[in-house]
Design a protein around this ligand. Structure first.
Ligand code: LAG
Ligand code: CA
Length: 490
């Protein structure tokens, strides 16, 4: 369950948050495959509650009311078409699976759902699956309110309602079977795995049984016997009864400390310095490399939900955000996920994706210069980020090497003889000759530009036959970093 099954040596996953299936299909073909992204994490594909107060929040999708594949992103045939088209160009699809709960207890009853299916939150009745009162943990939960009140009580965290969301009794064979049917339907369509929402709130033993009943991946696109890639969403910043390690036997786990720490490093908060990241990864108390799914920000903590607090870097802090994403993509630790966001009014963290008056999501508009418009941020298309996703592919399998630092916020490291990156996050110039470990020649910096045939649209770096190169990076540059790799050699 720890293998993303990436094709063609591709490495990075991108979360196309709230994108419609038709747009993702087009993006796989026109951008993700050519640039070398390994896969896409999609928003929850099931029918969910439809909320109007506040107006169509992004989080309505975390309140399923049926397992019909009919959501704000599109219907089942559009979903199927996207999976097929992305697989055909070697880009995997990972589904955000919301299986811990259904909608909130106060969700009412009626047909206010994304495809008009009837449900009754009050009677715990979801007839299209069907789930009824017997299928929820209300009898098992021991907190006074029925909601999770104490995160140090493991039973409460797993048997009570997370922010009032009706908690499924995953110990029941019947419920496990319905959840597995939903996931197997997607596997059979060709998805490569799942982000498992709210994993902390489910018993590892229940998940073991559910995962055990999942089909192998579809052999039209994957090797026989391939198991789905599973990454559990567990927020473990330390200090709670439930730990990320409880989920290691089940697959990968989100490493939330990664983004929180890197935010402090690049913001220079709490006395952190870039030079301290020489032993970045397990040396910083993160989980073992083979278990980690890493990211700078996610759809929750970029807007103050979930873990990480104000240190989390997002596209709103573009300059140091690009540096942090570049650092992640250059560094060998973990399976890396890039965030791709929509803009929102920061006072209204509930705001849903760019949409029309009737609430339907807008198409992603792509501009001539490869950026996006109409409220879509498309960080994954920012040159510095796209080119570093390529860098990660080029240096795959190479060790972290040739570390250098100035004892402050100027650092550099390489990846064997395949790539080298230099950062200047100090308030003064960087001017230094370093051993890159790379073969001699002229390389194109993939941050300020990229190689275009024989030509370089950005800075060029001359590496001598001894592997040494001179780097000058002003602290006032737009992007105070330089990266070269084997495929950027002129
Ligand atoms: C997750 N991971 O474990 C998701 O990443 C996160 O986005 C989900 O919460 C959460 N688990 C449940 O799937 C999001 C919002 C919540 C929202 C919830 C359900 O962060 O704010 O709760 O989705 O839509 C909202 C209200 C609550 C209310 C609840 C039920 O904010 O006040 O109690 O709905 O009505
Ligand atoms: Ca639960």
């Amino acid at each position: 369950f720890n293998n993303p099954h990436a094709k063609h040596g591709r490495q990075a996953i991108v979360h196309l948050f709230e994108w419609k299936w038709n747009d993702i299909a087009a993006e796989c073909e026109r951008f993700l495959a050519p640039k070398g992204y390994a896969g896409v994490q999609i928003s929850p594909p099931t029918e969910s509650i439809l909320l109007t107060s506040p107006w169509r929040p992004w989080w309505e999708r975390y309140q399923p009311i049926s397992y019909n594949l009919c959501s704000r992103s599109g219907n089942e045939s559009e979903l199927r078409d996207m999976i097929t088209r992305c697989n055909n160009v070697g880009v995997n699809i990972y589904v955000d699976a919301v299986i811990n709960h259904m909608c909130g207890a106060g969700g009412g009853e009626g047909t206010h759902s994304t495809c008009g299916t009837y449900f009754s939150a009050k009677n715990r009745d979801f007839p299209s699956i069907p789930f009824s009162g017997f299928d929820f943990n209300e009898g098992k939960c021991k907190s006074a309110s029925g909601d999770i009140e104490n995160y140090n009580d493991i039973n409460q965290v797993r048997d009570c309602r997370l922010v009032s969301l009706l908690d499924l009794a995953l110990e029941k064979d019947y419920v496990r079977g319905k959840v597995a049917d939903y996931m197997n339907n997607l596997i059979d369509m060709g998805v490569a795995g799942f982000r498992v929402d709210a994993s902390k709130h489910m018993w590892p033993g229940d998940l073991t049984v559910i995962y055990g009943s999942l089909h192998n991946l579809n052999t039209r696109w994957f090797n026989g016997g391939a198991r789905p890639f599973m990454f559990q969403e567990v927020i473990d910043m330390g200090g709670e009864a439930i730990q990320a390690s409880d989920y290691f036997p089940l697959g990968r786990v989100t490493e939330f400390k990664y983004g929180a720490k890197i935010g402090n490093v690049f913001r220079k908060w709490n006395g952190e310095k870039l030079s301290y990241t020489k032993n970045w990864g397990e040396g910083w108390g993160f989980m073992p490399d083979g278990n980690a799914l890493v990211f700078i920000d996610n759809h929750d903590n970029q807007r103050g939900h979930g873990g990480g607090g104000s240190a989390i870097l997002t596209f709103w802090d573009a300059r140091i955000y690009k540096m942090a994403v570049a650092y992640m993509l250059a560094h060998p630790y973990g399976v890396a996920r890039v965030m791709s966001s929509f803009r929102w009014n920061r006072a209204d963290d509930w705001q849903g994706p760019p949409s029309h008056e009737d609430g339907s999501t807008k198409d992603v508009q792509v501009n001539a210069d490869d950026t996006c418009g109409d409220g879509w941020v498309c960080e994954h298309r920012w040159r510095q980020i796209t080119n570093m996703a390529t860098f990660r592919n080029v240096v795959d399998g190479q060790p972290h090497s040739n570390w250098w630092d100035n004892g402050n916020n100027q650092v550099a490291f390489g990846r064997g003889n395949r790539g080298f990156i230099v950062f200047n996050n100090d308030d003064w110039h960087l001017d230094v000759t370093l051993n890159t470990g790379m073969p001699g020649g002229t390389y194109c910096d993939v941050i300020s530009g990229q190689r275009d045939g024989e030509r370089c649209t950005g800075k060029t770096i001359n590496v001598g036959d001894d592997g040494r190169a001179h780097f000058k990076i002003s602290n006032t540059e737009e992007d105070p970093m330089v990266a070269i790799h084997a495929d950027s050699k002129l």
